[in-house]
Design a protein around this ligand. Sequence first.
Ligand SMILES: Cc1ncc(COP(=O)(O)O)c(C=O)c1O
Length: 401
Amino acid sequence: MELSKTAALISETEMYSARNYNPLPVVISQGEGSWVWDADGQKYLDMLSAYSALNHGHRHPKIVAALKEQADALTLTSRAFHNDKIGPFLRKLCQMAGYAKALPMNTGAEGVETAIKAARKWGLLHKRVPENQGEIIVCANNFHGRTTTIISFSSEEQYRYGFGPYTPGFRIIPFGDGKALEEAITENTVGFLVEPIQGEGGVIVPPEGYLREVRAITREHNVLLILDEIQTGLGRTGKLFAYEYEDARPDILILGKALGGGVYPVSAVLADDAVMGVFTPGDHGSTFGGNPLGAAVAARALEVIEEEGLVEQAFALGQYFTKRLAELNSPAVKEIRGKGLLIGVEIKEEYGVARVYCEKLMELGILCKETRKQVIRFAPPLVIARDEIDWAIERIAQVLT
Ligand SMILES: Cc1ncc(COP(=O)(O)O)c(C=O)c1O
C-alpha cells in the first residue's frame, strides 16, 4: 500500500532526526495568517503559533516583504562591522519598550543567558558582591530554555537528568509567593528571574499583585528584576508586555519568539545604561546576533504590532475566546486561565490527559499542544479573526463536551 505524503514524511523524519521531540502526527507544508495546510492538502487552524513566535500569523505579507527586500541587499556581516539595519531596529525596539539600550541575540535561551551574565557582572561591579558569589533567584516550575546553565535551575527532572554537572549560583523559590522571595534574598543576591505568566509550566497566572510586589521587594533590596517575556511579550497577553498589568517595569527585559515576526530567530535583552554598561567589547556576542536580515525583519515585526493594533486585538479577542470557552461548561475542564490570547484549559485528571484532546482537535482541524500533562494551551496568532474563533469553538465544544 502506498503511504500518504504525511506518513512518508514522518517516517523519513523519524529515520534521521534525534528523538528530542514528540510532535503531533501532522506535517505542515503551507501557512497563511492563522491557517496552515499539511502535505496532503488538509487545512488546520493554528492555535499554538509556534509557542507565540507567530503572533503576526504565518507569512505576514509586510514582514515577508521586508525579509525579501533585505535578502536582496545584505544578509550577514557579523558584528566585526556595522550594518545599516541594526541601528534602526534597536532604536525602534528601545523606543517601543522604553529602555536606553538593547543587546540583540537569536534565540530565547541566548537572551536568558545574556541577562544572567549582565546581572552577575552588575552584581560584581555595582553591588560589590564578591567575584563568583552572585546569586540569582528563580521560580519552581520555570521555563527559560535548554542550555546547560538554564536547565541547572529547572525544577523539571526530565529537563535536567543526565545533563549535569550543573551551573551553581541559583536558588529556587515557589512561584507567586512574594514572601518567599523576600526570605530568599541575601547580600549576594544579584537578580530575580521570573516569567510574568509561566507558559510552558502550564499557563500559570500568579496571584494578582505578585509582579507589583516583587518589583517593590527587588527595588528595596537592590536586586535586579529580570522578566522573561519571551513568550508573554509583544502583545500576547493583551498588553505590549505582561508586566504592564501591574506596572512592574523590570531592570532587565528579555524578548524573543515574536520579535522575529514568525520568519526569523531574533531575541533581545533590554536594560538601562547602569546594567547594560557592564558589557565592554569582547565580553559577549554572537555571530548572527543583530544581523541585517534579522534586524530588518524584527524592525518590521515591531511596526506591524503598532500598525495593526495587535495588542488591542489580543486583549479584546482574548476576553471573547475565554468567555466562549467558559460558556461550554465542560465537565472535563478544571480551570480556564490566562491573559489575552494566552489561554490554558486544565483538564480534570479523571477525564484523561491533555494530549488526547489535542489529538482529537487535530482531527477536527485545530492545531494546539498540551503543556504539562493536563493543560491544553490555546495561543492563536494575534491576527486571528472573531469568526475564526467561533469556528474553533464549535470544534472545541465537540471535544470538550
Ligand atoms: C518563557 C520562555 N523563555 C525562554 C524560552 C526559550 O526560548 P528558545 O526556545 O527560543 O531558546 C521559551 C521557549 O519556549 C520560553 O517560553
